[in-house]
Design a protein around this ligand. Structure first.
Ligand SMILES: *Cc1c(COP(=O)(O)O)cnc(C)c1O
Length: 519
């Protein structure tokens, strides 16, 4: 560290390798960055404001009584703070982002531009309907594309994410069951389904009954048959499933569940693996959400924004949530009141995900039907390329080709002293965001790689070279310490995950002697 006079406190300090350490400025281009609150100084401000007139009764006497604890900063301090933080981050705009089950792919800038277009970007949810006809038409056109691509008669556009779409689908199923006076309680969720499926069912008040996976990573049809009964409300199946495999017996699953009067919910978050190749409507599905932010572009990660429209079969279409767009002789209308009495109600106040609708429609229009089909083909090809080129040094979890994700187990690390976690951390030092690890749970020490269709062969080859190199280094033996010490080239080394889970520090608190109590 530098002292207050800007002189190094220990001018001859050496680093790990015995060479002179940096004087204590920054670490190359990686600047140590305190919290913005720690940088604030009372009275400092980014703008010069005139003195407020001395009026005793301002804002109806609701004048602030104490400080609100905002940091005082100059404009360059603020800019530097956020730019420095952004440089510590990994992003899809930096390199391959192989997180499985997330579809981190390039989002065309054209779609971003359109979403920010004046008139679209400035829309307000309280505008009179006559002034937002274009926006409603856009929602209706996107709905038509989704119905056409899925072969389903209806779509609910209001869900704000994939998991929200699952909730919407289950609420429609519950409404349909109640309408026929048959409030069933049990939902079947295969182990190859995404974790949000059982979570949604539980949140909706259902009892979740798991179905084991077969040795080849798919739903066990015999086990499913054994669990069927007149109290089963629905099955929630993910297809392609979280093992990156297509559930081949999906039509039998549909027939079986319909045979006992239940509904078929399909988690279609991974639609980018099948879009243009197969229509869920032809498979006997009753409800399926599609993550627009995965398949049809929109930057995501870090919790949003997203959009998870749900396509619905004839049996469920009367129960769609409010509001929905309808074309009348007087133009487009946003139906907010349920005249038929069958809608299960409202899930969300406004279409706050309008920007995702714009990006998705732009993506569809710029690709066209044939282009979307190639999206699926390229996503599957890229994953199989990773699987085929790494299969001899890593251990594929299942035999045969995969869909859009390549799944490995940790058998290739056996007796090396290196764990899946160590392997993932070593990838960071090579400049890559790790793949998804330890998920799905049905595979031991899982490593789930989703390269997506937007990576070039060059980019994949480089990534594959690193995967192979690390696998070979681990298997050579004697290198456990190297892996256990990774990452070394990050702003922080390995974090204490137990402490992070047990005692998370989620909020900055001012030192006790600071008057600016941030309450
Ligand atoms: C991403 C994903 C979800 C959840 O979607 P969110 O938009 O994150 O809520 C559900 N199921 C599958 C298979 C997914 O990949």
């Amino acid at each position: 560290m530098l002292n207050r006079q800007g002189r190094p406190t220990t001018p001859n300090a050496t680093n790990e390798t015995g060479q002179l350490a940096t004087i204590g400025g920054h670490r190359g281009l990686d600047h140590e960055e305190p919290l913005i609150f720690e940088q604030g100084e009372e009275g400092r401000c980014g703008v010069d404001l005139p003195e407020a007139p001395a009026v005793t009764q301002r804002l109806g006497g609701l004048r602030r009584k104490g400080a609100i604890g905002l940091p005082g900063l100059s404009e360059p301090q603020v800019i530097r703070h956020f730019v420095r933080l952004s440089r510590k981050n990994y992003a899809i705009d930096m390199g391959v982002f192989p997180l499985g089950s997330c579809t981190m792919k390039h989002n065309p800038r054209l779609n971003e531009k359109l979403a920010r277009w004046k008139g679209l970007g400035d829309l307000h949810p309280m505008q009179p309907v006559s002034t937002v006809q274009g926006a409603l038409q856009l929602i209706a056109e996107l709905a038509d594309w989704l119905k056409c691509l899925t072969g389903m008669p209806a779509v609910a556009m209001s869900p704000a994410a994939g998991a929200h779409g699952e909730l919407c689908g289950l609420m429609a199923i519950r409404a349909a069951l109640i309408a026929r006076g048959d409030a069933r309680k049990r939902i079947l969720a295969p182990e190859s389904a995404h974790g949000t499926n059982p979570a949604t069912a539980a949140m909706c008040g259902y009892e979740v009954d798991p179905i084991p996976a077969t040795a080849d990573g798919r739903v066990d049809l015999e086990a499913l048959k054994a669990k069927l009964g007149p109290d089963v409300a629905a099955i929630m199946l993910t297809n392609p499933n979280t093992c990156g495999l297509f559930e081949r017996e999906i039509k039998q699953v549909a027939d079986l569940i319909h045979g006992v009067g239940g509904f078929f919910y399909c988690d279609g978050a991974n639609f980018n693996a099948i879009v243009g190749k197969v229509r869920p409507g032809d498979l006997g599905i009753d409800a399926m959400h599609i993550n627009l932010h995965k398949t049809f572009s929109t930057p995501h990660g870090g919790g949003g924004p997203g959009s998870g429209p749900v396509v619905l079969s004839k049996a469920l279409m009367d129960f769609v949530p409010l509001p929905y767009v309808m074309l009348t002789q007087a133009g487009y209308k946003l139906v907010e009141i349920d005249m038929s009495g069958t809608s299960f109600g409202r899930m969300k106040a406004f279409h706050g995900q309008m920007g995702m609708f714009i990006r998705a429609l732009a993506y569809m229009l710029s690709h066209g039907g044939d282009g979307l089909k190639r999206v699926a083909e390229d996503a599957v090809l890229a994953a199989n390329y990773v699987m085929a080129t790494c299969g001899d040094v890593m251990s594929p979890a299942f035999e045969g080709p995969c869909m859009h994700e390549a799944l490995f187990d940790d058998a290739f690390l056996k007796d090396t002293g290196v764990t899946t976690l160590d392997f993932a951390k070593a990838l960071i030092d090579e400049g890559y965001h790790p793949m998804t690890v330890y998920f799905p749970l049905v595979v031991h020490g899982a490593l789930l790689v989703e390269p997506t269709e937007s990576e070039s062969k060059d980019a994949l080859d480089h990534f594959i070279g690193v995967l192979r190199g690390l696998a070979e280094r681990a298997r050579a033996g004697g290198n456990a310490e190297y892996f256990q010490g990774a990452p070394r080239l990050t702003p922080r080394r390995r974090l204490d995950e137990t402490q992070a889970a047990r005692k998370p520090v989620l909020r900055w608190k001012p030192a006790p002697d600071t008057k600016a109590a941030a309450e």
